[in-house]
Design a protein around this ligand. Sequence first.
Ligand code: UT7
Length: 353
Amino acid sequence: MPAPPAPPHGRAAVLCGLAGWLPPRVVTNEELSQRLDTSDNWIRTRTGIGRRHFAEPGQATSDLAVEAGRRALRSAGVTDVDAVVVATTTPDRSCPATAPLVADRLGLVGAAAFDISAVCTGFVYGLASAAGLIAAGVAERVLLIGADTYSTIVDPDDRTNAIIFGDGAGAVVLRAGHAGEPGAVGHFDLGSDGTGEELIMVPAGGSRQRSASHLAAAQDHYFAMRGKEVFRHAVTRMTASARATLTLGDRKVEDIDRIVPHQANLRILRSVAEDLGLPPERLVTNVESVGNTGAASIPLALADAVARHTIHAGEHVLLTAFGGGLTWGSCLLTWPGLAGTDHPYDTGGTQQP
Ligand code: UT7
């Protein structure tokens, strides 16, 4: 397939606000080990995860998204946007989308609002969609939120999946600007392979099951993943997508100062960096403290890096993600100087601005 054309050197989406929000409840490996046949040592060795956050019973994805969205707007110093996009695998309901509800709760009634469903690649797909809205002149400013509450779809007795996932939300604000300025997002590489549908799925709850003559078993409403196969795909797809994006952007691997992959599993992230030939110190990761937070993972990792001063204005950043679908995607940007990100990574405060 021929490479898509390079984005025009004109109007572009520029990242100008960033925030993350985690629900207060921390679930340690030790806590999981008390009720599951697992151990802190197994979880750390196989995944690099030490703890994660879980939403409280009754707390939904929109509740997390609103907190992250509010902080991202504050970080950008704006009170309104033209569109609100929520990337999630765990929407509040299968209908309607979660984004209009989030927009309403942020005082953004009237803004375009829709969800993106691309599992753990959702944030990168969302960035490309927001960039498209801005490039087409449909929006001047977009609030993009990646938010997931995997604790609501993972079987708590499934020791393989229950140890990986955590809940959280991360958000960015994008404004219209120029392709050459720091914070401008692009080039992008996006892709999918639906032949891998069965590797990651929630079998029931959609039209496939509802149109069948039999009722789904309760177990079919839980998240199911073929971990070993997913592991291999995650490494090869993210590596290939990262390379494709570098080619599109006419960059070399050594030009990249920070790679921020979807935080799936530390072993996956290290393999991607190694296969690309990037030294480990250029890898941005916070999987130890949050686990795999789905569509929230890249903005949460970015917010964490900003809070810890491990990402700096002017650095060349490569985002790459992989998820169910199968889907994958990558994006290049030069890190902008963000004002108002003193506390971008909030663990549990619920105060209003
Ligand atoms: O975000 C979407 C993308 N998702 C991912 O990227 C996840 C990708 N997959 C993974 O991260 C890893 O495959 C897992 C963390 C899910 C599993 O790690 P693994 O090294 O692939 O383990 P495995 O499934 O091959 O299992 C190895 C052994 C098995 O025991 P036997 O058959 O060797 O006796 C499992 O039953 O480990 C056992 N096991 C556990 N033991 C202790 C599986 N889960 C656990 C556990 N604690 N939590």
